[in-house]
Design a protein around this ligand. Sequence first.
Ligand SMILES: Nc1ncnc2c1ncn2[C@@H]1O[C@H](COP(=O)(O)OP(=O)(O)OP(=O)(O)O)[C@@H](O)[C@H]1O
Ligand SMILES: [Mg+2]
Length: 327
Amino acid sequence: MSVLLEVENLVVRYPAMGRVRAALRRQEREFDAVAGVSFSIEAGQTLGLVGESGSGKSTVARTLMGLKRAGSGSIRFDGRDITRAGAQDYARLRREIAMMWQDPVGSLSPRLTVGSLVTEPLRIHGKTADMAAEAKRLLEMVGLPEHFAGRFPHQLSGGQARRVGVARALALDPRLIIADEPTAGLDMSVQAEVLNLLAEMQGRLGIAILVITHNLNVVRHITDRTAIMYLGRFVETGPTEQIFQAPRHPYTGALLSANPEPDPDAARARITLTGEMPSPRNRPSGCEFHGRCLRAQPQCSATVPEFSSAGDQHAFTCHFLVRNGAG
Ligand SMILES: Nc1ncnc2c1ncn2[C@@H]1O[C@H](COP(=O)(O)OP(=O)(O)OP(=O)(O)O)[C@@H](O)[C@H]1O
Ligand SMILES: [Mg+2]
């Protein structure tokens, strides 16, 4: 397997007080929404990026799509450094990296038919093809009947809108799909359908997928690896099955019990997440999770925990577990 996407020490900043005010005051006050994350995705692999609202997931996606500049760190795609790629490079890169946006219906132009929507990427990239035939082919791939080509976005259910999003993402035959909250707002059964569809595309077409979600259980059945994100950093990364079998970081445990799987055998102790997530504009000292952690000790608010290994390719940042030999 070859590495398709390689992100190293990525830092992404936003103005701390809004762009306009910052410009008026001529101040360069910024905060790190993404504060140094590293990960890679191999060709045909699936990675889950999981964290609460505001943890920086979409910011990672926007940066990978070239819509937001990296503050520092590097992004390599297929061996090429694309960290400072310009608009021209990205016009080409968007054939290889497709995006499914967070808001499925809102991101579909309301006045275009489904047929035009799924073939729009082809037109944008100047491909000449029989668009009606292409629409039929793409709709078939995502399990929508041909006559849907004539429908408009407001006539679609949430699950159908997601399928149209997948069809659009597939239009240019990409090598990587970034799916931001692909199941948000869907019923359980429809969530499963959309996830199965993504897994099928990954298996059949060998596409690598980066799935972004706040619900850890969403990634369980379709990802090879998972990264747990908190305040713009990773607190645990590893093979998905290991993270579910033996979560190490207390935050991972809390995320797991916040969204229990509808499985009666999974009698996991419920750990509740208390308090609000702090703001990346004003980071806590030491381990940034200490204020919400049931295991927090004095050391936790004083020193930043390093990554510890929990086995093959599995790592986490927690003082408590290291001290108690649970690592
Ligand atoms: N354009 C922006 N300007 C300033 N701050 C921003 C901007 N976009 C996002 N942020 C801030 O950056 C942080 C990360 O936001 P981001 O949208 O990446 O989070 P997320 O993990 O995708 O959350 P959600 O689950 O709600 O989609 C948050 O604190 C957010 O308020
Ligand atoms: Mg988001």
